[in-house]
Design a protein around this ligand. Structure first.
Ligand code: HPA
Length: 244
């Protein structure tokens, strides 16, 4: 079993028709099991990993991020394209917009964040200057331009613990800190990918304005509906990026 590229995302991002010879696998890692689908696109071996499980049954704070990332590493993946639904902290970032994330703020509370917590993997401190791989970010921006897909290059992803949405006061704080979008999954995924020396990039899909910025209370349905309506753009972007 082998893969060069991985796509981590919600079910809508992965269209089984796009991968040839797609097969589901459960991968065993020292951190637990990870589920993914392996297939071929444009001659490249691609792993698709539904972050919340195939039935969206795993809450953001309960995802086994270490098993997921280690499984990709074990397969030989060198480049990871991740996607995530996010709320917007900025008027100019509207529902349906895509953002190539280039930095994060971490306000998670209870998640294992590292492979390096002592034996057996040791204690190592990883540089976060370029947490989201600059090479892949640039490639994604170029591919988006070539295919007339509107994306914003650069944005700070505030990762909250969830699964609840934020309070208006929290949102004011995150905006003042310099955040652009808010979601529940980028940390620790990006950290673990960096520790694993994989090139990892995230294209965030704005599904709503954040609490207090939005004129109405947020619902999970709103997030799901906006993601569904716009996911084709991310799918195109990722598959063009893999092919070129
Ligand atoms: N907050 C946190 N996570 C999210 C949001 C939000 O507004 N929208 C989609 N995921």
């Amino acid at each position: 079993m082998h893969a060069e590229y991985a796509i981590i995302g919600g079910t809508g991002v992965y269209d089984p028709a796009m991968l040839h010879d797609a097969e589901r696998h459960t991968i065993e890692t020292p951190y637990g099991l990870a589920e993914l689908t392996l297939g071929t696109y444009a001659g490249k071996r691609v792993a698709f990993m539904p972050r919340h499980g195939y039935k969206h049954s795993v809450a953001p704070h309960k995802i086994n991020y270490r098993a997921n990332i280690r499984a990709l590493k074990q397969l030989g993946v060198h480049t990871v394209f991740a996607t995530a639904a996010v709320g917007s902290l900025k008027q100019e970032l509207a529902p349906g917009d895509l953002v190539i994330v280039d930095d994060f703020l971490d306000v998670t509370k209870s998640r294992p964040q590292t492979f390096y917590e002592g034996a057996p993997e040791g204690v190592v401190h990883i540089d976060m200057t370029d947490a989201y791989c600059g090479r892949v970010r640039q490639h994604l921006a170029e591919v988006a331009g070539e295919h007339s897909l509107a994306v914003r290059s650069g944005g700070v992803y505030v990762t909250t613990e969830g699964p609840r949405f934020e309070t208006p006061a929290e949102i004011r704080l995150y905006a003042a800190w310099g955040g652009d979008v808010v979601g529940m999954t980028s940390v620790p995924e990006v950290i673990l990918a960096k520790e694993s020396e994989m090139c990892y990039a995230t294209v965030a899909m704005v599904t709503n304005y954040c609490t207090g910025i939005s004129p109405h209370p947020l619902t999970h349905q709103e997030v799901v509906d906006t993601m569904k309506a716009n996911v084709q753009k991310i799918r195109e972007l990722f598959f063009h990026a893999i092919a070129s």
